[in-house]
Ligand binder design. Structure first.
Ligand SMILES: *Cc1c(COP(=O)(O)O)cnc(C)c1O
Length: 372
């Protein structure tokens, strides 16, 4: 149980700062201890700042990013509801699957992997399915590296009485994201990507229209663990009215508190600018090595590149790990064997890591790295 440290430049988890690891080691408290409740209330407030929202119902769901996806789906969808889901990669495909498991009738809005959706395509999907009650879309499609623009989508959804649900697992803390300004009704993320906290919590936020949808449900939420009508009595109970639902992951809450504090110490704008600059530096270096990006509109936080002809996919990744201690991601789904994914998330998005991975990759490909 003494794992060697790695340079985590894959699709997550990202490198975790010592400050966050030390926070995990603080004394475990009871989940109704006033000391703990103060820490947890602060986490919810810090999350509001990072999400740029005033939504009262903003809290960390117990579980990784997928728990946030399931939480949003089970609470916002009732059996028989029609929904539109953008499917252009693994996570859109999963969102469709999760919605179908909730009994939704899913109209998949499809785009080739690596592409994104235009507002016109979304409007056309609503014109074809005017009864759709929700639009689910992935902001940062980690499987392809595609960056989906969100502005304008809420207006389209609202004109049809539908909610806008966003997967922000690989964008929160790394990309521009404005929940209130962009009128996003429900959103979920994860701790282990651009927040640079270990995996284990999934920050979520629900706006007033999402709450009204939940309050108007005719059926019970099918998941007991993720039922927001019960969870909110704990997370926003306040005034001594907190009700036990499940034991909160106490020490993970400390870690998230520290990780969010670090995000806000750096400043959201500065952090987003750092991710942009590190992406540009990596892109220049990769292109100098003759490598090409998969998506036309790339994320800053996840760089998905085509594996060059003749290169040994698994062999290169193994050498990066064994000789340099660097983890990068393999291609997923139809991209398996065709793409590599280099994550520059949170604490991992540094000049040192960018230049290190460029030099190491250049060596593994027998191509000298050009200086960035
Ligand atoms: C990583 C990821 C998830 C799932 O998060 P887990 O922490 O692996 O459960 C969901 N959506 C996107 C876009 C992701 O990148």
């Amino acid at each position: 149980m003494h794992p060697a440290e790695r340079v985590l430049l894959g699709p997550g988890p990202s490198p975790v700062p010592q400050r966050v690891l030390r926070a995990l080691a603080a004394p475990t408290l009871g989940h109704l201890d006033p000391q703990y409740l103060t820490i947890m209330d602060e986490v919810c407030e810090l999350l509001r700042q990072v999400f740029r929202t005033r939504n009262a119902l903003t809290f960390p769901v117990s579980g990784t990013g997928m728990a946030g996806m399931e939480c949003a789906a089970v609470n916002l969808v009732e059996p028989g509801d029609e929904v539109i889901v953008g499917v252009n990669g693994v996570f859109g495909t999963r969102m469709k699957d999760v919605m179908e498991r909730c009994g939704a009738v899913v109209h998949a809005l499809e785009a080739p992997w690596g592409e994104t959706f235009t507002n016109e395509q979304v409007a056309a999907a609503f014109a074809a399915h005017p009864k759709a009650r929700l639009l689910g879309i992935v902001h940062a499609e980690t499987s392809t590296g595609a960056h989906q623009p969100l502005e304008g989508l809420a207006a389209i959804a609202r004109s049809h009485g539908a909610l806008l649900l966003v997967d922000a697992v690989t964008s929160l803390g790394g990309h521009e994201l404005r929940v209130d300004d962009w009128e996003i009704d429900a959103i979920y993320s994860g701790t282990q990507k651009c927040l640079s906290c270990p995996p284990g919590l999934s920050p979520v936020s629900f706006g007033p229209r999402a709450l009204a949808r939940m309050d108007a449900r005719k059926t019970k939420v099918q998941s007991w663990y993720l039922d927001v009508s019960m969870l909110r009595k704990y997370y926003s109970g306040g005034g001594g009215g907190r009700v036990y639902h499940h034991t909160a992951p106490i020490n993970m809450t400390y870690a998230l508190h520290e990780a969010l504090t670090i995000v806000l110490e750096e400043g959201l704008e500065a952090r987003i600018a750092r991710h942009a600059a590190m992406h540009q530096r990596l892109r220049r270096g990769l292109e100098a090595l003759g490598l090409r990006y998969v998506p036309s509109r790339s994320l800053h936080t996840l760089n998905c590149i085509r594996i060059p002809d003749g290169a040994d996919d698994a062999g290169v990744r193994r050498r990066l790990l064994e000789e340099y201690g660097i983890e990068i991601g393999a291609g997923l789904g139809p991209m398996a064997g065709k793409a590599w994914r280099i994550g520059l998330m949170g604490h991992g998005a540094t000049v040192r890591n960018v230049d290190l991975v460029l030099a190491a990759l250049g060596n593994c490909l027998n191509r000298p790295a050009a200086s960035a």
